[in-house]
Design a binder for this molecule. Structure first.
Ligand SMILES: [Ca+2]
Length: 488
């Protein structure tokens, strides 16, 4: 399996190189620029290109002009791991970020971060002469040595924690958290608007040269605040508007602002005449919590059931990617590193992006084109590490492996208890509890059972054993000396 995948990867590189050369006959440096627009906690069923409950005309347009994936997965089911996977092209366990970097300084994981020995997507592009910027959320380390400017970003404006008040920019420990590089640099404005404004300025300034822009949006992560709503953290906080308005309505407003932001960014690319030279990716860093929708999938953010990690992913490159196309290839955020390397004609080093596969076959091939044979997915609970291979999904333990708060109103509401409220059905769960006779692990065939109604591990013990073995082999592969096994 591994051999076949490696051969496929080599073949894809040849195709990509051919694609990258198109239109460069005049010798000008018109290597493509890259814009990655990252949403936070946005679910599969939240946006209209995916049949979701919120009308998002700009994303509809982006999907109509590009390629929409139906089987894209965030490599982590919470914020920090996915971002580590995106930037390193490595499973986050190898990159030392298996779990969330917490804001609370009393927790050990507050002091972790992305080590300088990691080669990031931003560093490799910066080395190749690209201008680089991150606007918005970092969440890969609070300490100054982990700052984005030490990881290849020429410019950073935004916050280092997992979330801030959309207006006062204070983290959930009530600390001011808005930076310009290594300095705290307060700015007034709604987070989504600030990110959009800085992105626009950056694009206009760099229209004459290739650039890499990471717009790491906060929407639709909590705190739930629309642009006209009250401050919730800090000295200017007032009564919690969330008590006065339905959170679903606020959530929708936040998504609408994000959609407008995406539209604005794409407009700026058109206005500056570089839309045809710019590859734009849009995706979410994990599934939604109970306020959003992961339909038609089961489960929430943090967990291993599909809703925790199968999220929207749209790619747009006018003239290069067929407009209005759809792919059902299994792909992940960790694949961007190899894709970008191939598009810029850069050969990956032996230990660089070992888990990353370039996506060109899916961009240019027919809908059923395979990019990767398997994918490791990291839930909040390490024991629930999972492996997808083809249609099979193996989960190494019982339950969802994510949030398990039983109170409906809690941010971390989820797990078996949530089934009583969502109406989901699963053969291991009865009355919101794991059945006493449930198997110790889980196996689903997503082709036959996309909603994961029935755990078939007992019927297909051989398949489960193979997937478990492959998962263990992935984890046992050599890791860099700096990699840590504990980050929680
Ligand atoms: Ca997130």
């Amino acid at each position: 399996m591994l051999k076949a995948t490696a051969i496929f990867r080599a073949g894809a590189t040849v195709m990509l190189t051919a694609l990258a050369l198109i239109g460069h006959a005049d010798g000008a440096d018109r290597r493509p620029s890259f814009v990655v627009i990252l949403a936070d906690d946005l679910g599969y069923g939240d946006t209209s290109p995916y049949g979701g409950w919120i009308a998002t005309p700009e994303l509809d347009r982006m999907a109509a002009e590009g390629l929409r994936f139906t089987d894209f997965h965030s490599s982590g089911n919470v914020c920090s791991p996915t971002r580590a996977g995106l930037l390193t092209g490595r499973y986050q366990q190898r990159a030392g970020i298996p779990g969330v970097v917490f804001a609370d300084a009393k927790r050990a994981a507050h002091y972790t971060g992305l080590q300088s020995s990691e080669v990031t997507l931003a560093e490799s592009l910066k080395d190749a002469g690209y201008a680089t910027a991150l606007f918005g959320k970092w969440h890969l380390g609070y300490q100054p040595q982990y700052n984005p400017v030490h990881h290849g970003f020429d410019e950073f404006r935004g916050y280092v924690s997992g979330n801030v008040d959309y207006h006062s920019h204070r983290d959930n420990q009530n600390r001011e958290d808005w930076w310009h590089g290594l300095e705290k640099s307060p700015e007034e404005g709604y987070v989504t608007h600030l990110i959009t404004r800085h992105a626009e300025e950056f694009i206009r300034r760099h229209r004459e040269r290739p650039f890499f822009l990471l717009d790491a949006h906060q929407a639709v992560h909590d705190p739930y605040q629309g642009p006209g709503e009250t401050i919730l953290r800090g000295p200017d906080s007032v009564a919690d508007h969330a008590e006065l308005r339905d959170v679903k309505d606020i959530y929708r407003d936040m998504m609408i602002e994000l959609d407008r932001s995406i539209g604005r960014t794409l407009s700026v690319l058109r206005e500056t005449g570089i839309a045809e030279d710019t590859f734009v990716f849009f995706f979410s860093d994990n599934g939604a919590n109970r306020h959003g929708s992961n339909q038609p999938w089961r489960g929430f953010k943090g967990g291993d059931w599909e809703g925790g990690h199968r999220v929207p992913f749209i790619a747009r490159w006018p003239g290069r990617i067929e407009a209005g196309s759809v792919s059902d290839a299994l792909v992940s955020n960790i694949d961007l590193l190899a894709t970008v390397a191939a598009l810029t004609g850069r050969k990956l080093g032996a230990d660089e992006g070992p888990d990353s596969f370039d996506l060109l076959p899916a961009f240019t091939g027919p809908g059923g084109t395979e990019v990767r044979g398997s994918l490791l997915i990291a839930p909040a609970q390490p024991k629930n590490l999972s492996l997808r291979r083809g249609d099979w999904m193996y989960i190494g333990a019982q339950g969802g492996g994510g949030f398990a708060e039983r109170k409906v109103g809690d941010h971390t509401f989820g797990g078996p208890a949530a089934h009583r409220f969502t109406g989901h059905v699963n053969s291991d769960i009865e009355n919101g509890e794991i059945r006493p006779d449930a198997p110790e692990a889980q196996l689903y065939h997503l082709g036959r059972d996309p909603r994961q109604l029935k755990n078939v591990i007992r019927e297909h013990a051989g398949v489960a054993a193979e997937l478990k073995q492959e998962l263990e082999a992935i984890l046992a592969r050599p890791t860099a000396p700096h990699a840590r096994s504990a980050g929680y």
